[in-house]
Design a protein around this ligand. Structure first.
Ligand code: UD1
Ligand code: MG
Length: 457
């Protein structure tokens, strides 16, 4: 790959129009901060160094990316894009090629950047431009009669004629550390915004006969910057749609690809269907022939093959093996393992538990800190009483046991193999295998009992 490439990511902007305490580059697209997307692409170019220019709220940004190999450069005063790059000058590797990216332009593609770098004239500068139907607010690319680039003029400094130019500066450019060292110190603040404009170096280079190339972005979407919540939401939809299209191209069945939300990493097998309003977070794997019904939330879940997750379930940090059926309205909490063919149905909650092969809890139950063997049936309304207000205890239900409806299992307790628990029991001691255990008051009918009657007034 390219040798000695240094990447400078400008991320010191305050993001005033986001109306948020959080720095702009930490706002999320597809569940990951804007800056994360830029860093991923930057890393793919295998640069020698990545420098991130940060400003207000920068501590939060640094903390989020503390594991990344980044040279953090503080810009204490936000005096413009030229000033921002100036802060990086002392950190640039000698005789390096320097690519400037924006932390709030998250979808810039690797292909475009590779092309930009490839087209950069030796000892010159490569610019990335785009054509927008409404170029308001952007710097305009000014060309002479032979189409040579002579300058970039900012919207606020542009004449009426210049404002009609539809080719805009995306802000992304590549040049050499030498050029930046020579020209940045010559920038001044005499312009409409009183800032050091990085874009002013273009006119200087042109005057000195330094070659400038310009690449027109083939897809204007990838150079869109985020300034407010509406732009972020619009880009989110476009991002999700592009993801959905990619998945569908590989066979994922999506009844409505416009209602697809992956905020993490999704891996799918073949013949998988994801219905509408499913939110996927963290790392989620769906095995072949699995169906996810409408309105489900899946976070860090590994789901096997031929699984059906019916509507309205919340599943987090769990493993669901092949052939399981979950939901509707099931809540599977962290550290839960469903073995092959298990069913967790209507209004059942499971936490920190293992449910064995073909075991079933179909209706209204709570299983916490429980180990369940295979072929166990948990009756409706069964509750494991795993918490005494201070400590948590385990319940063990062995293979083939049948727990009658409305049973309370007061942990620690073990239900033996093939044991049967009578409905309505409060089980406080271990129940032996193969036997019926009932723990409730006996039903009695009281002779001679009389119902009270209201006295007539
Ligand atoms: C800039 C360009 C403009 C281009 C537009 C594309 C200049 C002078 N103008 O304008 O030609 O069309 O981007 O979106 O370069 N930043 C810092 N420190 C600063 C100032 C900015 O880190 O002191 C960062 C911001 O966080 C942002 C980027 O640089 O990521 C661009 O800054 P912004 O203020 O949005 O520049 P524009 O005025 O939009
Ligand atoms: Mg901007």
């Amino acid at each position: 790959m390219i040798k000695n490439l240094n990447i400078v990511i400008l991320a010191a902007g305050k993001g005033t129009r986001m109306y948020s305490k959080m720095p702009k580059v930490l706002h999320k697209l597809g569940g990951k901060p804007l800056l994360w997307h830029v860093l991923q692409t930057a890393k793919s170019l295998q640069p020698g160094k990545i420098h991130v220019i940060y400003g207000e709220g920068g501590d939060l940004v640094r903390k989020y990316f503390e594991k990344d190999d980044i040279n953090w450069v503080e810009q204490t005063k936000r005096l413009g894009t030229g000033h921002a790059v100036m802060q990086a000058l002392p950190h640039l590797e000698h005789a390096s090629q320097v690519l400037i990216l924006y932390g709030d332009v998250p979808l810039i593609s690797l292909t475009t950047l590779e092309q930009l770098i490839k087209n950069m004239p030796e000892d010159g500068l490569g610019l990335l431009s785009a054509k927008f139907s409404d170029p308001t607010g952007f710097g305009r690319i000014v060309r002479d009669k032979s189409a040579n680039i002579t300058a970039i003029v900012e919207h606020k400094d542009a004449t009426l004629v210049e404002q009609k130019i539809s080719e805009i500066n995306t802000g992304i450019l590549v040049t050499t550390s030498k050029i930046l060292r020579n020209y940045l110190p010559q920038l001044h603040q005499s312009n409409a915004q009183g800032e050091y404009y990085l874009t002013d170096i273009i006119a200087m280079l042109h005057a000195d006969g330094v070659p400038i190339n310009c690449l027109l972005a083939s897809d204007p979407e990838e150079v869109v910057g985020i300034n407010d919540q509406k732009q972020l939401a619009n880009l989110e939809r476009k991002y999700q749609r592009a993801l959905a299209d990619n998945f569908m191209a590989k066979g994922l069945i999506l009844p409505d690809p416009d209602r697809f939300d992956v905020r993490g990493e999704l891996t799918v097998g073949s013949n998988v269907m994801i219905d509408v309003n499913v939110v996927i977070e963290g790392e989620v794997t769906l095995g072949s022939d699995t169906t996810i019904g409408p309105n489900n939330f899946l976070k860090n879940v590994q789901i096997g093959e031929n699984v059906t997750v019916k509507a309205n379930c919340v599943i987090e940090n769990a493993v669901i093996s092949d052939d399981c059926i979950v939901g509707p309205f099931a809540r599977i909490r962290p550290n839960t393992f469903l073995d092959q063919g298990a069913h967790v149905g209507n209004f059942a909650e499971v936490k920190n538990s293992k449910i064995g092969k073909n075991s079933k809890t179909h209706h209204v139950s709570y299983l916490g800190d429980t180990i369940i063997g295979s072929d166990v049936n948990i009756g409706a309304g069964t509750i494991t009483c795993n918490y005494n207000g201070v400590d948590k205890y385990q319940t063990v239900i062995e293979d083939g046991a049948f727990v009658g409806s409305n049973t309370s299992l007061v942990a620690p307790v073990t239900i033996g193999k093939s044991a049967v628990i009578g409905a309505g029991s409060v089980i406080t001691q271990d129940a032996p295998q193969d036997k019926l255990t009932v723990a409730r008051a006996k039903q009695a009918t009281i002779d001679g009992w009389q119902r009270k009657k209201k006295k007539k007034k």
